[in-house]
Design a binder for this molecule. Structure first.
Ligand code: ADP
Ligand code: ZN
Length: 206
């Protein structure tokens, strides 16, 4: 091994549907880094104001202070890369593809970057920059929620209109709604009129 080898960082991706515990797991890893007195910076996408724009918040109530930004270069400017820099980003699926180069730059500078995000939107279509992030990650954790229909493991987010599954034409692809508009469903119980890979209509979604 070369004596001059520069130490690089790493990318960990935590993914899954809503309610699968992504924020919980991100908070758990970041808290451990804080206990180890590492230099931790936490971000969340500014579009998500479900709870508090200054916190990463899990559905079970645990939270961690975070900078809210929708911009990769602002995020990069806020991180002082020192020894043992750890960067956490929640709701990473909402960023534009620019976030990929931001994350790669941090990893090149030696940061341990941990991101959490929805792998698919409510239709089952891969979400924003997630496919690329999953491909380039050092480690991937795909979490499951519990299907609210049958109790099996769930890896889809179901969008509801009232108590019923929402119909595609009524909604926008990227939709940040109150979490009571979504529920977790297994593949058998996931109900949508458009599914990734099923119909010709899907060609336009890829
Ligand atoms: P995510 O970030 O993936 O949306 P959170 O970390 O915010 O998930 O929330 C996970 C918590 O949500 C669980 O620990 C549990 O308390 C709660 N929860 C509510 N509904 C469900 C469900 N259908 N399946 C699993 N956990 C659920
Ligand atoms: Zn089910």
């Amino acid at each position: 091994m070369s004596q001059n080898k520069t130490k690089k960082g790493s990318l960990e991706v935590i993914c899954g549907p809503m309610f699968s515990g992504k924020s919980e797991e991100l908070i758990r890893r970041l808290r451990r880094a804080e206990i180890a007195q590492q230099n931790v910076s936490v971000f969340k996408h500014a579009i998500d104001d479900r709870y508090n724009i200054e916190n990463v918040t899990s559905h079970n109530g645990t939270k961690l202070p975070a900078h809210a930004t929708d911009n990769g270069s602002h995020l990069l400017a806020k991180v002082q890369t020192k020894k043992y820099t750890v960067v956490g980003i929640d709701e990473v699926q909402f960023y534009t593809h620019d976030i990929i180069s931001t994350i790669c730059a941090l990893v090149e500078k030696g940061a341990r970057v941990i991101v959490a995000g929805l792998d698919m939107d409510y239709r089952g279509v891969p979400f924003g920059p997630m496919p690329t992030l999953l491909a380039i990650a050092d480690s991937v954790t795909k979490l499951k929620a519990i299907c609210t229909e049958c109790g099996d493991d769930a890896h889809f987010s179901q969008l509801l209109a009232g108590n019923d599954p929402a119909i595609e034409k009524d909604v926008q692809p990227i939709l940040v709604a109150a979490s009571d508009k979504f529920t977790a469903r297994c593949r058998a119980c996931h109900d949508t009129d458009i599914k990734f890979g099923n119909t010709k209509q899907n060609e336009s979604l890829r």
